[in-house]
Write a protein that binds this ligand. Structure first.
Ligand code: NAD
Length: 437
């Protein structure tokens, strides 16, 4: 089938590359000309494992990119909206980018004679597809949904860093469609993947996505709260969760305590569903607590640092890990951001290293010291904060010997926010403090 993908960020570029790999012809549409040129050159606009290989394989054969909506809509049967849905200043969902994509789609559909299906893949709060996107499409195309064109909502569940694998090996495919025709056209696109396609209403599909993310975020904040309690009593929370996770009703995943969740999805999606609930006059106390625990959690790193070192003014503090998680260059809502902001507020000298995310972080903190390696960042450091679970940080050992030692223990101080280091396994003696263990 012929597909157009509107917005080629993390979700759009992976969706485009994977649909091409499944044999479809794909036209990517983005307002960012740089991304358009990159895709046409077979280059990935973002880092994702396996993405560049697929784009190189299919660019200018099964994938082309353009900023021309008219061309893309004329030459495709189905359009996927994959633009961003950030939070507004109150934390509610900001639909302005979806709105502008829907306006452009509607205008292009007005010039098209044949049936077309518009699929919302962006994460949007329940009712958005039918009560916000669909009326815009109808108004700008002067056509009728369900008659002249189809509408569906097809949420995306991929994990950044594993997005290509997740797209090709989904555990669920949800198509919330306004009618059978829209549903069958979208379901057909996924033929070839070994996964059942579930047909729901658009609102149910929208809610499944939020519930999925809110539950995962809740597990993390729950594990962090238990970890904070365990820390006070010297109980190993990882041992606790390992055993708790053996209960098949719970599962062992997302029970690792640490510095909290970040990324483009969990924080904004939990806030957005809170906003939607409040709009409906319901106060979601549990979900608010999930956010509160998560806001507080990275500050625990600073509290431990202050307990150990007192004032941080002019102290050289190394932050290892800037991406919100390993295997991505994405820093959106990274827990390193509030930690660095607080270190700067306390007038520490911040040295930082991340294998992928430094260029992005320079836009937020242009004046901290970026290093070429963890070893360089650790040299002469008064303390090290481990913030992202990169595998290469698990292998650090002798590099800690280049740090300054603290006066009271005569050892380098390492505070671990992700349980990456087992000090007993190191050849170098360090003063080690785990955030929740
Ligand atoms: P992103 O910001 O990385 O990408 C959005 C892209 O849309 C950008 O390339 C931007 O230039 C482009 N764009 C903006 N306005 C446009 C317009 N009018 N027309 C065409 N293109 C336009 O966003 P993302 O991380 O890919 O997320 C997209 C959506 O998918 C969001 O709703 C997000 O919540 C959801 N989602 C994200 C993930 C994830 O892991 N990133 C996972 C599942 C769902």
């Amino acid at each position: 089938m012929r597909i157009s993908v509107i917005g080629t960020g993390y979700v759009g570029s992976v969706t485009a590359a994977c649909f091409a790999e499944l044999g479809h012809e794909v036209i990517c549409v983005d307002v960012d000309e740089k991304k358009v040129s990159m895709i046409n050159a077979g280059k990935a606009p973002i880092w994702e494992d396996g993405l560049e290989e697929l784009l190189t394989k299919h660019a200018e054969k099964r994938i082309i990119a353009t900023s021309d909506y008219d061309y893309a809509i004329q030459k495709s049967d189905v359009s996927f909206i994959c633009v961003g849905t950030p939070s507004d200043e109150k934390g509610n969902i900001d639909l302005s980018i979806v709105e502008s994509a829907a306006v452009s789609l509607g205008e292009a559909m007005a010039k098209k004679e044949h049936y077309h299906v518009v699929v919302v893949k962006s994460t949007v709060v329940p009712e958005t597809t039918e009560k916000f996107v669909m009326p815009i499409l109808e108004s700008y195309s002067e056509k009728k949904a369900g008659k002249d064109f189809g509408v569906a909502m097809n949420p995306e569940f991929l994990r950044e860093g594993k997005a290509v694998y997740d797209f090709m090996h989904p555990d669920k495919i949800i198509v919330g469609a306004i009618d059978e025709r829209s549903y069958f056209m979208v379901a057909e696109l996924y033929r070839g993947l070994n996964c059942e396609v579930t047909h729901t209403k658009p609102t149910t599909a929208e809610m499944i996505k939020y519930t999925n993310n809110a539950l995962l975020a809740t597990k993390i904040s729950f594990a962090n709260e238990i970890g904070n309690i365990c820390k006070k009593m010297g109980i190993d929370t990882y041992k606790v969760m390992e055993e708790v996770g053996k209960d098949f009703r719970i599962s062992p995943h997302f029970l690792n305590s640490g510095a909290g969740f970040g990324g483009s999805c969990f924080p904004k999606d939990v806030r957005a569903i809170i906003g939607k609930a409040e709009e409906l006059d319901y106060t979601p106390k549990l979900l608010r607590s999930v956010i509160d625990v998560n806001e507080e959690q990275p500050m625990g790193m600073i509290r431990l640092l202050n307990e150990k070192m007192g004032e941080l003014k002019d102290k050289r503090i190394t932050v290892l890990g800037l991406a919100f998680k390993n295997d991505t260059d994405d820093i959106r809502e990274s827990r390193s951001i509030p930690v660095i902001a607080e270190l700067l507020r306390q007038e520490a000298q911040v040295f930082a290293y991340d294998p992928m995310a430094m260029e992005h972080m320079k836009k937020i903190f242009p004046n901290i010291n970026y290093c070429d390696s963890a070893a360089e960042a650790l040299t002469d450091a008064d303390a090290c904060l481990l913030m992202t679970e990169w595998n290469q940080f698990r292998r650090l050992d002798k590099e800690f010997a280049a740090m300054r030692t603290c006066l009271w223990s005569c050892m380098p101080l390492v505070i671990d926010g992700r349980r990456l280091i087992d000090p007993k396994e190191l050849s170098v003696k360090i003063e080690y403090e785990g955030l929740c263990w």
